[in-house]
Design a protein around this ligand. Structure first.
Ligand SMILES: [Mg+2]
Length: 402
């Protein structure tokens, strides 16, 4: 079964997505997500200029060999653009293998290790009062875990706070908008939010908070300590992770669990974090970390060191990635949590899928393969629109991490 064609499809139903569709000589095809938020066309070009020509004529059943060919075979390897392209090919080949075998992909990965995939939703609001009402909405929908973000008094805009209720899309303009940031205001405010949330919702609702790489290790240690009474499931991305040993300092000071890694692309980005047990959850995703093949390798390493999965799952990955993530989440022994932001109806129409939410869990499709497709006619109705993530400056104008 040879690969006879591969198409790169860019579409923008409310936001941009890049999808690779691989077609085989037997007529079976597979889909893979290649979306890299704010940098979509660079992955599309990497695929169509460099990867697709090399795929034609290859044996579609050779998933591992194709992965090694695209990774080791690229002298300039790793990085988000390359690894998202590799991920798209890998995901599409797993979809094809499942369809050929007549099995959902999780069965090819060893079968289910649990009944459903526990997901968390995003409660985002300008004020603490408003965020309490949004958390109540998620609890009402059946969610067992909620990420909580609020505006910070004294700052006009804050990461993680959307304009719409129950939806959040940060890529809000063709060129980056600018946010202002004050660590002092933030560190004072966040513990007061979680005090109110615990008072309102009691001790067992799982709560998460995303710091979005905005602190130094000692500041993150202070935040973790001040949040200890509220028993968070995790404090996410407390500091940028280029310096992996920087997490040791946070660890020495707080028992608040740490999740990191939505921007990681390979096992090398988290090797030290995992083997030295400096984190509790690794947030790498199928689309940005080399597909099912490589992400499973990361999770296997994590399993040896008491680290669980906690994959990124915002709307900047398409339903194709979400479908793939659910098959992996269902199969691995060390699953932790899966982020889940619902896509808009227009996106769902472009990507018909069989996964579904019920009582706090997502369940992958039982159809052969990934159980997700792309409607190319529907996709063609939504041409690409440039959209960038914001940038972030301290109040004195210094560039800071977004
Ligand atoms: Mg995050």
């Amino acid at each position: 079964m040879k690969i006879v064609d591969a198409r790169v499809i860019v579409t923008c139903p409310d936001r941009n997505f890049v999808t690779l569709k691989i077609i085989t000589s037997s007529g079976v095809y597979g889909v893979g997500d290649a979306t890299l938020n704010g940098r979509e066309l660079s992955v599309a070009a990497y695929l169509s200029e460099h990867v697709v020509p090399a795929l034609i004529g290859r044996d579609a059943s050779r998933i591992e060999d194709t992965w090694q060919y695209l990774y080791r075979g690229a002298y300039w390897r790793r990085g988000p653009v390359t690894m998202s392209a590799v991920a798209a090919v890998d995901t599409a080949l797993w979809d094809i293998k499942g369809k050929v075998a007549g099995l959902p992909v999780y069965q090819l990965l060893g079968g289910r290790s649990r009944e459903g995939v526990t997901v968390y939703g995003h409660a985002n609001a300008a004020s603490t009062d408003e965020v309490l009402s949004e958390i109540a909405d998620y609890v009402e929908l059946g969610y067992k875990a909620v990420r909580v973000q609020t505006g910070v008094p004294g700052l006009e805009s804050t990461y993680g706070v959307g304009k719409d209720r129950m939806f959040y899309e940060p890529a809000d303009a063709a060129l980056p908008t600018e946010n202002a940031w004050s660590t002092a205001h933030y560190l004072e405010h966040v513990p007061t939010v979680f005090a109110r949330v615990r008072e309102e919702f009691g001790p067992t609702l799982r709560l998460l908070h995303d710091v979005h790489h905005r602190l130094t290790p000692i500041e993150a240690a202070r935040l973790g300590k001040s949040l200890e009474p509220y028993h968070l499931t995790w404090m996410e991305d407390p500091v940028p992770a280029e310096l992996q040993e920087g997490f040791r300092l946070i660890r020495q000071h707080t028992t608040t669990p740490i999740a990191v890694g939505e921007v990681f692309n390979t096992i090398w980005d988290c090797r030290q974090l995992i083997t030295e047990q400096l984190i509790d959850y690794v947030r790498a995703t199928v689309v940005h970390a080399g597909g099912i093949t490589h992400l499973r390798r990361i999770f296997d390493l994590a399993a040896l060191h008491h680290v669980r999965s906690g994959s990124h799952g915002a709307t900047d990955l398409s339903p194709v990635c979400m479908a793939a993530a659910l098959h992996l989440d269902l199969a691995i022994p060390n699953f932790g949590l899966q982020e889940y932001m619902r896509h808009t109806p227009a996106t769902d129409a472009v990507f018909p899928h069989g996964y579904h939410f019920a009582d706090g869990y997502l369940h992958p499709s039982e159809e052969p393969g990934l159980g997700v497709d792309i409607d190319e006619e529907e996709a063609a109705r939504y041409p690409y629109r440039p959209a960038s993530l914001p940038v972030n400056r301290l109040q004195d104008g210094t560039m800071h991490d977004w």
